[in-house]
Ligand binder design. Structure first.
Ligand SMILES: C[S@@+](CC[C@H](N)C(=O)[O-])C[C@H]1O[C@@H](n2cnc3c(N)ncnc32)[C@H](O)[C@@H]1O
Length: 257
């Protein structure tokens, strides 16, 4: 039997900075006599959230599993910005949903019932998001908008999109927990990190409802480039901390020639 002090000592020896908090979470999450097994995985460098099977996000316990991106505390801001921007939406989409944490947090935070859709490229993420949403939203698999049912075209009020945004050349600088234990497809955003975000913006006008907005997380360096791209795509764009919000005009669009 491993007591809490011994757990803290072994976690600290393995380089875990928040050893006390991690020990508490391991003790709380262990069932039966699997504590040693969980500790061994954590000490070997697996992210705590993948070891225990859940992550704290916006006050919620979100299920995660190996092969699925662990939702980050900084991304809670994206949900807050989206809720403030559009408090009474009808249709909400969580694109690049991973565990589905953003859509779930939006669903819990919004004051009314919504039609929620989530989508991701990988089967692991789609399964995990279905687990988390428990039937309160539809989860689709595919490449960005290609995953979505056509009836959502022009109807999305809120589009949450935490696209992968690490520049390819910086992948090697990530902490080992991300580099070795999260899929590259969840991290790699191409040469300047914005390949996926640009693609999301390029089609946003077709999918957003009039007045609808897409909210994308970016680094401080990337945000101005993303704003310029959003404007070039005919959207109104603004930055709030790490979140770029790009809004479709409320005016009807002129018919395509
Ligand atoms: C940074 S993670 C964000 C996950 C989740 N939204 C969150 O914040 O916790 C990016 C996600 O985008 C997904 N992804 C990468 N390329 C994609 C694509 N072309 N189409 C759809 N999803 C994609 C990855 O599988 C991964 O789950």
């Amino acid at each position: 039997m491993t007591d809490q002090a011994e757990l803290v000592r072994r976690l600290r020896a393995a380089g875990c900075v928040f050893a006390e908090e991690e020990a508490e979470i391991l003790l709380e999450s262990a069932t039966g006599d699997d504590l040693e097994g969980l500790l061994a995985r954590r000490v070997a460098g697996e992210p705590l959230e993948q070891v225990v099977g859940w992550a704290r996000f916006a006050g919620l316990r979100v299920k995660v599993r190996p092969g699925v991106f662990v939702p980050r505390v900084r991304t809670e801001r994206l949900v807050e910005v989206a809720l403030a921007h559009h408090p009474r939406p009808e249709v909400v989409v969580d694109l690049c949903c991973g565990s589905g944490a953003l859509g779930l947090a939006f669903l819990v935070g919004v004051e009314k019932s919504i039609e929620l859709h989530a989508a991701d490229l990988t089967a692991e993420a789609v399964d995990c998001a279905r687990d988390n949403l428990e039937g309160r939203g539809e989860v689709h698999r595919g490449d960005l908008y290609a995953a979505l049912p056509d009836h959502l075209r022009g109807r999305i009020d809120v589009l949450l999109a935490n696209t992968p945004y690490v520049p390819t050349s910086a992948l090697g600088l990530l902490p080992p927990e991300a580099r070795l234990h999260e899929p590259t497809s969840a991290l790699d955003g191409g040469a300047d990190g914005l390949d996926l975000a640009r693609r999301v913006l390029a089609e946003a006008n077709d999918w957003l409802a009039p007045g609808g907005a897409v909210h994308i997380e970016a680094s401080d360096d990337q945000a101005p480039t993303l704003v310029d791209h959003a404007v070039a795509c005919g959207l109104h764009a603004e930055v709030d901390g790490s979140v770029v919000t790009a809004t479709r005009s409320t005016q009807p669009r002129s018919p395509r020639r």
